[in-house]
Design a protein around this ligand. Structure first.
Ligand SMILES: [Zn+2]
Length: 370
């Protein structure tokens, strides 16, 4: 029996866009520490050191010119096209060593893929999930699209691979990179592009050419709570995911749909969000799980820990261990409060979700025999 693999070392914290940037690398170490305090790495999960991705393999997903520009900027060189490649804005600052650190988080996703290819039921890289990176442009805190690189390696073995993205932002980079590919089903649940970055992810974006039907978007209105989110997923995307019969799944586990996350407006709890992950586990297919967004340093830490324990099938107490250094700040893995929504917001999110599901029925169900 091959154990679940968790790819981590503190070197992954080198992907650091600065102290004022919302994406704080300490969320990685905090998650590791919380899992470690549960004893997760004693026998149940194998901890593996990440290794950098190889230029040629990454160049199957990104343009060589883009990779060369990253390498140059990373060394402190000047590239006249840096803004053309998406760098220099507040979202994507240039920082020393960014080439090496981007290659490392991408390599860590490939290490998680390799674990699955070697027979593990799950391989996890919380430093990955950087779903906004495009073919030749950094975007939304993402330089390299490790999700796409990982999917390509999975495709060498598996005929059909599904990508499931529960980050609050649309997984635009991954969708774009497989838009005409019927062997990769991309599914993204997110807050609507009308109210949130990157402004895409509408149901009508369903693929092109051979890939028509194989891009699936399930958008939600601001303030959507657990019950509406999970019901819409089960009534549409989950049915299509099952009908597609993927041989492997790459799961992007951004935690920024949580009610306490500062960058978006959905109202999920940790345990509500986890329901979708449990549904994916229930399919019994090998899973490569990566991180993604998560900008509240407490909720991201507990949600990735909860997800890792669940994906690995490890029974655990909800109360975090006393030995965890942040035990007082993060006393439990799940949330213990009721979210009070204004009736108009609840109604609006319900209507919006129903509309998304109905549109998906019209655009996608026939293709999958549903
Ligand atoms: Zn996000």
């Amino acid at each position: 029996m091959v154990r679940p693999v968790f790819v981590y070392s503190d070197a992954l914290m080198g992907y650091n866009m600065g102290t004022q940037h919302p994406m704080q690398p300490r969320r990685l170490r905090q998650t590791f520490d919380l899992l470690d305090s549960y004893g997760a790495f004693e026998s149940e999960i194998e901890l593996r050191e990440p290794t950098p991705a190889d230029f040629d393999e990454v160049a199957e997903t990104h343009s060589a010119k883009f990779l060369e520009a990253i390498e140059l900027l990373s060394k402190g060189g000047r590239s006249s096209g840096s803004s053309r490649f998406g760098f220099g804005s507040g979202d994507n600052p240039i920082f020393p060593g960014m080439y090496e650190s981007a290659m490392l988080y991408t390599g860590a996703t490939l290490n998680a893929v390799d674990a699955v290819l070697a027979g593990a039921s799950v391989g996890i890289n919380i430093s990955g999930g950087l779903h906004h990176a495009h073919y030749d442009r950094a975007a939304g805190f993402c330089i390299l699209n490790d999700c796409a690189v990982g999917i390509r390696r999975l495709r060498r073995r598996y005929a059909r691979v599904a990508y499931v993205d529960i980050d609050v932002h649309h997984g635009d980079g991954v969708q774009e990179l497989f838009y005409d590919d019927p062997t990769v089903l991309t599914i993204s649940l997110h807050e609507s592009g009308r109210t949130l970055f990157p402004g895409t992810g509408f149901v009508y974006e369903s693929g092109e050419g051979e890939g028509v039907g194989y891009s699936l978007n399930l958008p939600f209105a601001p303030y959507t709570p657990d019950a509406i989110w999970i019901q819409a997923w089960r009534d549409s995307a989950l049915l299509i995911l099952k009908a597609f019969q993927p041989e492997a799944i790459l799961l992007q586990m951004g935690t920024d749909a949580h009610v306490e996350d500062p960058l978006a407006h959905l109202c999920l709890t940790a345990q509500g969000w986890l329901e979708a992950i449990k549904d994916v586990v229930g399919l019994g297919v090998p899973i490569v799980a990566v991180g993604g967004g998560g900008y509240n340093m407490k909720t991201v830490t507990k949600m990735w820990s909860l997800a890792t324990l669940t994906l690995s099938g490890i029974a655990h107490e909800d109360a975090t261990p006393d030995s965890f250094t942040m035990h007082n700040e993060i006393p439990t893995l799940t949330d213990h409060y009721e979210i009070e929504l204004a009736e108009k917001d609840r109604k609006r999110s319900q209507d919006f979700a129903e509309e998304s599901v109905n549109e998906i029925r019209d655009t996608h169900f026939a293709k999958f025999g549903l």
